[in-house]
Design a protein around this ligand. Structure first.
Ligand code: FAD
Length: 522
């Protein structure tokens, strides 16, 4: 787009599936400015390779999808939020298909793949393992065709502007490094993931927890931050990106082997390779520890599967590995777990409203209670679609409540790509979070992490580059995760503590909510 406006009706921060789907709803009511911190082609939605869960098959039922989601959530799902997800999910996908999404078919019928935790084959794929790319293609085409929507790329939001307890706009740095303010009636946070708080993550570099940090600084409540899902099988090769090996590979028959080449998951769970994500991730951590290897990993093994079937079902994974000279049909793949999905986030109601007027959240950045303490695979693209649309509709009622912002901001930002100081701080935060607030947690380690993070605070004040803003966001959100994890004195879902290995339903069958410095359970 040419030049950023000083004023619009709605600002949507994020152009992944949640942001674009909301923008499409909002365009019916007024002008929508969508901001992305990088190019539009690079949100996480694009990475979705496992698929999209939906009840569209004759052999499936809404109640089964509901129950599978609730089972995965380990006691903490909000049943109303899940009901909305599974019921409206079907409509949202039919709508996508009507907007020309291509899903894999057998003849004219849609193909529903199996997935761990789903009691029926219900996962839709596009071109095998490019589901996220296809959803984005369709939503982008739809959004670009609507004249009320404008999209600004490389527009990095640095803070929310408030007036009389209401969010009335955003401050941002444009692609040239110039500061801007945009006034509006309501702001949607659709900023996605926060995996970069950890040293090992499947998330893109841009997943620096900006949305949670922006909301928390604006006074919004955040919830369930201790529940970080770690994906068990992520490529572990020096100098290669941390490429995710979808659960669907194990569902199609791939095995996990330790460095002695023994299959080990049967020792940890009766479902073996099909055990829940958190169980598999912890089993791998244990196998790596007992191996006493200096640089431990385990192997994912597809060599016993039909090469033709693997290439057809997982073309993107196959091609990506060939670039690293690994033929997944012949070679064992070295893998380790990595941080993957943030279950908690900015606390919202079922219409995406946060605890601050004028501020909404949808998609991975939001905490609706839909995933409880653990997310069922392939439910998050669906969540972003369903709650993106609902939130967009709810935001329309804010139209006309715009407040004018003040004069043009005077602070000059340096926008260079290199900021060695910020980079060093980010590495320190990632290392600390991985070692002390990672897959297996203890009180002592978390207390140590919190103390170190508190001591780092002065170094992160007054950021003046993009990277320094990201460092400050990672630092704040790291603290929110560590404080919430320390406060939950039990193990549940994705949160596992050696010192409190069991559930404590009496005290903790509740959601954690961070209010200022305090963590409360509601
Ligand atoms: C490798 C991988 C594989 C996955 N596979 C699946 C799968 O198979 N099925 C499934 O259901 N889920 C999957 N997920 C999860 C799913 O992709 C995400 O939960 C979902 O895409 C989140 O969508 P979103 O719209 O909330 O955010 P995103 O798609 O991440 O979009 C976030 C947007 O916010 C923008 N943004 C962030 N901060 C700022 C800022 N400060 N200023 C301006 N813009 C900003 C970004 O530029 C981006 O446009 C996967 C995730 C990963 C990482």
């Amino acid at each position: 787009m040419k030049g950023l406006p000083a004023e619009t009706d709605f600002v949507v921060i994020g152009a992944g599936v949640a942001g674009l789907r909301a923008a499409i709803e909002l365009a019916a009511a007024g002008r929508v400015l969508v901001l992305t911190k990088k190019q539009i082609s690079k949100p996480h939605t694009e990475s979705g390779e496992g698929g999209l869960a939906a009840v569209l098959s004759d052999e499936d039922e809404i109640t089964l999808h509901l129950q599978d989601t609730i089972n995965a959530g380990d006691g903490l799902c909000n049943p109303t939020a899940v009901k909305i997800l599974v019921e409206e999910g079907t409509q949202r996908i039919e709508e996508l298909i009507a907007w020309a999404a291509h899903n894999d078919r057998g003849g004219t019928r849609l193909v529903f793949g199996p997935e761990t935790g789903h009691s029926r084959g219900r996962v839709l794929h596009s071109q095998g393992d490019s589901t996220g790319t296809e959803i984005l293609r369709v939503l982008n085409a739809k959004a670009h065709a609507l004249k009320h929507i404008s999209i600004a790329e490389s527009a990095f939001t640095t803070s929310l502007i408030g007036h009389d307890g209401r969010v009335t706009g955003v401050s941002l740095i444009d692609e040239k490094g110039n500061p801007h303010e945009v006034a509006c009636s309501a702001v949607l946070l659709a900023t996605g993931a926060m995996g970069q708080i950890y040293r090992n993550t499947t998330n893109l570099e841009a997943a620096t927890a900006d949305g949670v940090a922006l909301a928390f600084r604006a006074g919004a409540e955040v919830s369930d931050m201790e529940f970080v899902q770690f994906h068990p099988t992520v490529l572990y090769l020096k100098k290669a990106p941390r490429f995710l090996l979808s659960e669907a590979l194990r569902t199609e028959g791939a095995h996990l082997r330790n460095i002695e080449l023994d299959r080990f998951l049967g020792k940890y769970h009766p479902l073996g390779e099909l055990a829940p994500r958190d169980v598999v991730a912890r089993a791998i951590v244990h196998e790596m520890e007992v191996s006493r290897a200096k640089d431990p990993f385990v192997y994912l093994d597809l060599t016993h599967l039909s090469p033709a079937k693997v290439q057809k079902r997982f073309p993107r994974i196959y091609a990506t590995f060939m670039q690293h000279n690994i033929d997944i049909t012949e070679d064992l793949i070295p893998v380790r777990p990595a941080a993957h999905f943030c279950i908690g986030g900015v606390r919202t109601d079922l219409e995406g409203k946060t605890s601050v007027a004028g501020l909404y959240a949808a998609g991975e950045v939001a905490a609706t209670g839909v995933h409880g303490a653990n997310r069922l695979p392939s439910n998050s693209l669906l969540e972003s679609l369903v709650y993106g649309a609902r939130t967009g509709r709810a935001m329309r009622e804010a139209l006309g409540l715009a407040a004018k912002t003040g004069a043009e901001p005077k602070v000059a930002y340096s926008n260079g790509p290199v900021d060695a100081g910020a980079e060093g701080l980010i590495r320190q935060i990632q290392e600390l979070m991985w070692n002390d607030v990672g897959i297996v947690r203890t009180r002592v380690a978390m207390q140590k992490a919190i103390k170190t993070l508190e001591e780092m605070k002065p170094k992160l004040a007054n950021p003046n580059t993009r990277r320094a803003h990201e460092a400050a966001n990672l630092h704040l959100v790291g603290l929110l995760v560590a404080r919430s994890a320390l406060a939950r004195e039990e193990s549940r879902g994705a949160h596992y503590r050696i010192d409190c290995p069991a559930h404590d339903d009496k005290k903790f069958l509740k959601h954690s909510v961070v209010r200022g410095e305090r963590v409360v359970f509601l």
